[in-house]
Design a protein around this ligand. Structure first.
Ligand code: ADP
Length: 176
């Protein structure tokens, strides 16, 4: 019925290395705001991620199976170019604390300057996840801590396995 340009399309970009319960909360809430939400997994060549872009995409696909209007892709380059290629008018970001604010504001202003047709909106984190980040999850897992409250249930064994693999030489592992 409605053409692509009448749809409300949002992109939610990030590293998601790995996806946490905080990210999933933002995805679930954004999926109710947009007709279509595209989660963009950034291939950051400057950083050496724990999971490959392909693994991160598959993990997010598997934990968002219950959300029919959510798609997941990886991208390289500028977020505004990715948003444009997805016909999105909105970039979604999550805000945990005031420490996120300065960087996020700068990014949003820069993106708006580059592409005035694309706005950034911020969703404030659910307080249960305000302290949560992918790097904390990686660190806790590295030291054998329990990460089950931090990442979706099916992600727990994948992180543990990946940490074991990377300790022993860093093979990549396929996600179902
Ligand atoms: P990036 O490297 O782009 O910051 P992340 O994967 O760390 O990518 O985060 C992607 C987005 O999700 C960012 O907007 C970040 O602020 C947000 N985010 C990260 N952790 C949480 C959380 N626990 N609750 C809500 N939003 C979060």
């Amino acid at each position: 019925m409605s053409s692509e340009e009448n749809l409300r399309i949002g992109v939610y970009p990030g590293s998601f290395d790995p996806i946490t319960r905080g990210h999933l909360d933002i995805i679930e809430r954004s999926s109710r705001i947009f007709d279509r939400l595209v989660v963009g997994v950034l291939i950051n060549s400057a950083k050496k991620p724990l999971f490959s872009a392909d693994e991160r995409v598959k993990m997010i696909q598997s934990v968002t199976r219950h959300l029919p209007n959510v798609e997941v892709r990886f991208f390289d380059g500028l977020t505004v170019d990715f948003a444009q290629s997805e016909h999105a008018h909105v970039i979604v970001r999550g805000l945990r604390a005031v420490t996120d604010f300065e960087y996020e504001l700068q990014m949003a202003q820069m993106n708006y300057t580059m592409r005035p047709g694309i706005d950034t909106i911020f969703l404030t984190t659910d307080l249960r996840y305000a302290y949560l980040s992918s790097s904390i999850v990686r660190e806790v897992a590295q030291y054998g801590g329990d990460i089950s409250r931090f990442v979706p249930e099916e992600i727990v064994p994948l992180v543990k396995q990946k940490i074991r693999d990377s300790d022993g030489g860093g093979q990549t592992q396929e996600v179902r």
